[in-house]
Design a protein around this ligand. Sequence first.
Ligand code: NAD
Ligand code: DAU
Length: 338
Amino acid sequence: MRVLVTGGAGFIGGNFVRYLLSSNTNDSVIGLDALTYAGNIESLMDVEDKPNYTFVHGDVTSHEDVEAVFAVGIDAVVHFAAESHVDRSILDPGAFVRTNVLGTQVLLDAARKYGVKKFVHVSTDEVYGALGSTGYFTEETPLHPNSPYSASKAGSDLLVQAYHHTYGLPTCITRCSNNYGPYQFPEKLIPLTIVRAMANEPIPVYGDGQQVRDWLHVIDHCRAIDAVLREGVSGEVYNIGSDNEWTNLRIVERILDVLGKPHDLIQFVEDRPGHDRRYAIDATKIRRELGWAPTIPFDEGLASTVKWYQENETWWRRVQSGEYQSFFETQYSTRLSQ
Ligand code: NAD
Ligand code: DAU
């Protein structure tokens, strides 16, 4: 298969590109990414010379960029490209509607025109809204997004379902819980806590810190998406999660303990507006129908993630300083054009 991975220079997309290239398949992989602040080509330096991998710098909202990629022949699309950070969506919703809704529609049109055999849309558990202290999201839970981010993702999900229903496009939607692991941009809770704790800086915990998230290692998410790509039934939605619920405060305390740092680095700050209290996924369907199950115990995954940030300080320091963005302009794009 020739697989197009949109958002292939982001956190999960980049891990998925590496996962596909390291698994024993004959797939070739095209990563398409606009390299917004969240895209980092330095995350993929270890695979850039693989003969079955190509990086394309392009915007999913641009018909021209998207057509140019599909014209080379694409068998399957795994669509990660998105604006992904809830706090940013509260400050600037427009960028989220543009990329997440319009960008998805541009890709769906191209997928239809060029007859792709599978379109996997990577969505999120946040489209279901928030839970109280009990209950789980199933694939039948009505969509009830609460933030501009989750509303834009829900909009993209509805478009994907409409293209399947109306045009018979072979689509699947995945809705996963919170991911953690290597190469995550240090604006999200776990990497932010790790890099701030390492620098003995205060760690902002929103509100009372009692919000609950279900954490899954990014490699287990990649394995689930791969299962959906190969075995997922057209038109279906698959929830992905690992029954691993933690309050934000406990997660931050656990990271401080792993690093041997004092809990008084924690600083309670003003809550996120409209902050969803709890997400929890019922992943029975993907477990039963596709045989997927998480493999990385949280203790091990968190310890290895902390270790990764300790051993890859150059990577996140260059993100913090902004140098990672000039690398593409000054060096990588020249190499691409040769
Ligand atoms: P990310 O922000 O790390 O990466 C997003 C990538 O998309 C970046 O490389 C960025 O440059 C690229 N991008 C943004 N706008 C683009 C555009 N217009 N054209 C082309 N590329 C563009 O996000 P992530 O955390 O890796 O999430 C990837 C996907 O998974 C998203 O769709 C997100 O909704 C979903 N998701 C994320 C999580 C999580 O915990 N991070 C959980 C469930 C689902
Ligand atoms: O549930 C899946 C979603 O998980 C994905 O769809 C999103 O793309 C991804 O960003 C993530 O969303 P969250 O809002 O849950 O992730 P974030 O890391 O931003 O925050 C996790 C929790 O920690 C949330 O309750 C807010 C809180 N938080 C976050 C930050 C950045 C803090 O208390 N302090 C912080 O500094």
